[in-house]
Design a protein around this ligand. Structure first.
Ligand SMILES: C[S@@+](CC[C@H](N)C(=O)[O-])C[C@H]1O[C@@H](n2cnc3c(N)ncnc32)[C@H](O)[C@@H]1O
Length: 256
């Protein structure tokens, strides 16, 4: 591990807004704050919104600035990325921000029933080979149901045609109400100013994809508590710019 990363990890241990519970830790110690984030961390009764796979946390921090009366929690397994958003939130004294370092696979261990109002999925890995790891699959929707309110919102912002198409099929198959869906967000007419302001927050990965000339896609849908969720049985064309066996890693990957 590089010296820079080691320094970041050491510094992050002192951050009051970061909770580090990778699987190795949480398997030994239960998470006490499950169901009690509002009282024990935020000290208010405001809604909680999660950003899953938050990377450097641009949405978590950006939304927290716009909505001081909502609590935002960024979740990612990579500490060096979380560090950037967590430090920024501390420097700006954003008390409505927290970061959780853990695997999204075990996310339901950290939040109690109805504790979360909305979920943001920002430029999630499309996981073209493994539906069980895909954050918009029914496997994850079932996990989200453990802590998301009834008809809570799921936002997906992505460059990936594969992930977007898959999610549209998943939503359609399960009759989940779609509130907004666009394949070219930045050339969509008729968005209100508030939506534009929110969706105009660019993440680190988003900027790379925009530079490559890719359209940014966005979908917002509701997830009801009831009804068995069924996986769509479809074949979707793979994203050709995401090779499984890259001979040479792209500058994007190196920048992680
Ligand atoms: C492509 S990056 C996007 C990061 C950020 N949202 C952005 O747009 O810049 C995907 C992020 O999800 C995180 N991630 C992927 N799978 C995960 C998992 N199962 N548990 C926790 N984090 C995960 C990665 O560590 C990475 O930071």
């Amino acid at each position: 591990m590089s010296k820079g990363k080691l320094q970041k990890f050491a510094e992050m241990e002192t951050f009051k807004n970061v909770f580090q519970y990778p699987f190795s830790v949480i398997s030994e110690v239960p998470f006490d704050m499950k169901g009690h984030w509002r009282e024990e961390y935020f000290h208010n009764s405001n809604p909680i919104i999660l950003e899953l796979g938050c990377g450097k946390g641009e949405y978590t921090v950006g939304l927290a600035r716009i909505y001081p009366n909502i609590n935002f929690i960024g979740v990612d397994i990579k500490g060096a990325r979380i560090y950037t958003g967590a430090k920024q939130a501390l420097e700006e004294n954003l008390t409505n921000v927290a970061f959780l370092r853990t695997s999204i696979e075990i996310i339901d261990r950290f939040f109690g029933p109805d504790e979360v109002e909305e979920i943001w999925l920002t430029f999630s890995d499309p996981q073209m080979k493994n539906v069980h790891k895909r954050l918009t699959s029914t496997f994850f929707m079932n996990r989200y149901r453990h802590f998301l309110i009834d008809n809570g919102l799921v936002h997906l912002k992505t460059d990936s045609n594969f992930l977007f198409t898959y999610t549209k099929y998943m939503v359609e198959k399960n009759h989940l109400p779609v509130l907004l869906c666009t394949e070219d967000l930045y050339h969509t007419n008729g968005l209100d100013d508030r939506t534009r302001e929110i969706l105009g927050i660019h993440t680190y990965y988003e900027n790379q994809w925009i530079e490559r000339g890719l359209n940014i896609k966005y979908m917002k849908f509701e997830l009801p508590h009831t009804g068995e969720l069924v996986e769509p049985d479809v074949e979707i064309e793979l994203d050709n710019y995401r090779s499984y066996k890259r001979v040479k890693r792209s500058s994007l990957d190196k920048a992680k």
